[in-house]
Design a protein around this ligand. Sequence first.
Ligand code: 5GP
Ligand code: ZN
Length: 115
Amino acid sequence: MADCIFCKIAAGEIPAQKVYEDDTVIAFKDLSPKAPIHVLIVPKKHIQSVAHFQAEDKELAAHIFVDVVPKLAADFGVDEAGFRLTINTGKDGGQTVPHLHVHFLAKRKMTWPPG
Ligand code: 5GP
Ligand code: ZN
């Protein structure tokens, strides 16, 4: 989608510190990290948010959580210690980039509730 920063990163038009990529997903370091490890897992297809998932996106959603997240956890060595996934959704959810992304945060003790 034109003027979408994460579409541009997925297309290689804007640089990012990539940590994972396959045909449908890219993961890269957050520009403003909130933890020692802070990666954004982003579908290459432009989907605005979780609220905009379509039935055709089931395989993609499963791929992110069943394949990509465990791989990143293993690669970063945090599968035992734990990590946090966050999906800010819409205005009240604190979403600032309107292209679906999963925050993968690790290597510090997280608190609850989130702000
Ligand atoms: P949201 O607030 O939408 O849940 O998360 C957006 C995230 O994208 C923020 O944590 C922000 O730091 C990150 N971000 C925004 N623009 C860029 C960028 O151009 N490159 C990278 N790597 N991260 C970005
Ligand atoms: Zn996009």
